[in-house]
Design a protein around this ligand. Sequence first.
Ligand SMILES: Cc1cc2nc3c(=O)[nH]c(=O)nc-3n(C[C@H](O)[C@H](O)[C@H](O)COP(=O)(O)OP(=O)(O)OC[C@H]3O[C@@H](n4cnc5c(N)ncnc54)[C@H](O)[C@@H]3O)c2cc1C
Length: 458
Amino acid sequence: MQRHYDVIIIGAGPGGIYSAYELMKLAPALKVAVIEQGHALEQRRCPIDGDKIKSCIKCKTCSIMSGFGGAGAFSDGKYNITNDFGGTLYEKIGKDKALELMKYVDAVNMAYGGEGARIFSTAGTRFKKLCIQNKLTLLDASVRHLGTDLNYVVLKNLFAELKDSVDFRFDTPVEDVEVKDGYLVRTKDEIYSCDKLIISVGRSGSAWMEGLCKRLGIPTHSNRVDLGVRVELPAVVFSHLTDELYESKIVYRTEGYEDNVRTFCMNPNGIVVTENTNGIVTVNGHSYESEDMHTENTNFALLVSKHFTEPFNDSNLYGESIARLSNMLGGGVIVQRFGDLVRGRRSTVKRIEKGLVRPTLAATPGDLSLVLPKRILDGIIEMIYALDKIAQGTANDDTLLYGVEVKFYNMEVAIDDRLMCEGYDGLYVIGDGSGITHSLSHASASGVFVAREIAKAQ
Ligand SMILES: Cc1cc2nc3c(=O)[nH]c(=O)nc-3n(C[C@H](O)[C@H](O)[C@H](O)COP(=O)(O)OP(=O)(O)OC[C@H]3O[C@@H](n4cnc5c(N)ncnc54)[C@H](O)[C@@H]3O)c2cc1C
């Protein structure tokens, strides 16, 4: 028999979780289900143990990207409250509303176990001036750093609160959606029906989302891809910035090409990790709030955005091809000393061992200039020298660069200012799967927004 719900949410990432949470609070009479292809939180475990399994074995569903908590579950839990980066949700719902919702989610996170996590702000700091004096721009933001450990506690508590009011189906990929008296949601073994459907499938659901948009005739357009490297250096080099700001989003405009290179996802005393998106291994970073888990290093990404239009318009495919090239040459992630890169030679195990920065990820020593296009690499090198002026030691020979780091963005789905697909009443697309968010805060805020829209209509 077909099971009917008032609202079905596809995907249990921050977008899906916060839709479910807000519906539970505002419209408790509604029957709500969340269908998620990945595992329940406590069953999410990446098999890489650094001992028997050293690199990605390409599991059917990646426990880093999928399951309760979505891609954010083992993230650094940097909750950025800003319209300056992390998505363009504000273009749909307005800047004030977007900020209000991000602050609301932050308050909920605090109430469910995040209490005590520090909040940092760039407002009125001396670093703004220091950056401008060195051709760098520091973006405005408040950031709550939950850390991977507290982030997990918040998710565990939210699930405990939701589980009696919302039906969760884990390990259940949604295969298709049909329009029939509302919506039919097909999985391998069952068909569910609903009046309202919230799709929040994130980055890992991008291929599926694209297929669905094609089948339903929902317009989409290509988004950008960000390419670059993850930098790892001794934590003291950046400590004056990270102690005060935790994360500093800094933009540099290159002299040669006038491209913008930016820092992204800064992890003081953190670790460098691999990430698997649809079988492609790229690099990322984490850090823990608990001091026991701190390392002696800080890592952050340096990224350049690329957007293609004519005659080639698949920005993600471009990013994928470069990541595949790096996977082909390095068997996964490549690591290179900055000194080796500027001298035009590959790094070797010996050179890395002799260096003063102890790598936190076992990557393959190699040559990033064989992977990254010259224009991108030139920009990254220029920015490292610019950063050296505000954080002396950044351009040291032993600074490690891991590649490639790629930030894939979903194509943008045509949604209106209610985040509803044009021509499909009651079909909402939110979070990173919509292409308009790419952060915990924006994705969560979009979830609260649609839940309030649905509750308002009751
Ligand atoms: C390692 C890492 C670190 C990060 N660190 C930060 C950070 O510190 N701060 C920050 O702001 N952002 C960070 N991000 C990004 C952040 O995690 C995402 O922006 C956020 O999780 C997006 O939320 P979402 O709900 O839109 O999608 P997701 O979190 O991707 O959740 C989507 C869910 O949908 C499920 N799904 C997909 N397709 C289907 C289907 N067909 N059927 C059923 N389920 C499906 C997926 O399994 C997934 O669980 C990080 C990401 C990664 C990978």
